[in-house]
Design a protein around this ligand. Structure first.
Ligand code: NAP
Length: 248
């Protein structure tokens, strides 16, 4: 028996990086996968076919997670196409780094809207049907930066810390309905997001990690599969760090 056989999962921001790996791992474990993308249209469109090779149903939706109405419509469409929604993975995220003194209002708003407001948008829409089903698993991708802060990332850290507070609050509100809400906090994961960091700084960063290497998207995806599956059926309100011991 696969870990999430016949479940329906929605993953936001799956055209690249961690979201793509999460979608693939869920498909390998038997879930039918709905996913979103925004600007990477070709990659998003290609992913559905790749996922279907695992013998499951998959569909991509071009949808902006920061748009409240679009998120509500997305969940309506997913339930119409797949019949239900069991697992929500709020993964879509961006960075707009800069020291506070130079951070523009636009870069603050963009990061808060895409990283944090999106989690509210999708969770609010998805929990309507999860409450009727008296079952659901919500997994929000935060970051170790949301726990400890990071110079040059005040907007990003605030958005990721906000996700942790949101995750715990939803766990408290919806635990009695058998809806679980957990967060995964990756450390330094090798994706296009971290490609932007210059080589020397990246090497120094890796050396500061107890496991002496960056993480791979698949290693975050494995933690998400665990939290999505019944293996974690009595776990809610938690933040699972996937960081090679970076923040210990
Ligand atoms: P990435 O490679 O830059 O991919 C980001 C994904 O988010 C893309 O698929 C992108 O889709 C999507 N996205 C961006 N804005 C969106 C929007 N408004 N609506 C829908 N989708 C949107 O980033 P990543 O490294 O995989 O990061 C994934 C998540 O993990 C993020 O929440 C990030 O903060 C978190 N995280 C990453 C690391 C790391 O070291 N990489 C560490 C901690 C936490 P399009 O390209 O189609 O627009």
């Amino acid at each position: 028996m696969k870990l999430v056989e016949n479940k329906v999962a929605l993953v936001t921001g799956a055209s690249r990086g961690i979201g793509r790996s999460i979608a693939l791992r869920l498909a390998q474990e038997g879930a039918n996968v709905a996913f979103t993308y925004l600007s990477s249209v070709e990659k998003g469109e290609a992913l559905a076919q790749e996922l279907e090779q695992y013998g499951i149903k998959a569909k991509g939706y071009r949808s902006d997670a920061s748009d409240f109405q679009a998120a509500d419509q997305l969940v309506t469409d997913v339930i119409a196409d797949f019949g239900k929604l069991d697992i929500l993975i709020n993964n879509a995220g961006v960075t707009r780094d800069g020291l506070l003194m130079r951070m523009s209002e636009e870069n603050w708003d963009t990061v808060i809207n895409i990283n944090l407001k999106s989690v509210f948008n999708l969770t609010k829409a998805a929990t309507k049907s999860m409450m009727r089903a008296k079952s659901g698993s919500i997994i929000n991708i935060t970051s170790v930066v949301g726990i400890r802060g990071n110079a040059g990332q005040a907007n990003y850290a605030a958005s990721k810390a906000g996700i942790i507070g949101f995750t715990k609050s939803v766990a408290l509100e919806l635990g009695s309905r058998n809806i679980r809400s957990n967060a995964v906090a990756p450390g330094f994961i090798e994706t296009e997001m971290t490609d932007a960091i210059d080589g020397k700084a990246m090497e120094e960063w890796k050396q500061s990690i107890p496991m002496k290497r960056g993480g791979q998207p698949e290693e975050v995806a494995d933690a998400c599969v665990f939290l999505a599956s019944d293996l974690s059926r009595y776990i809610t309100g938690q933040v699972l760090q996937v960081d090679g011991g970076m923040l210990t």
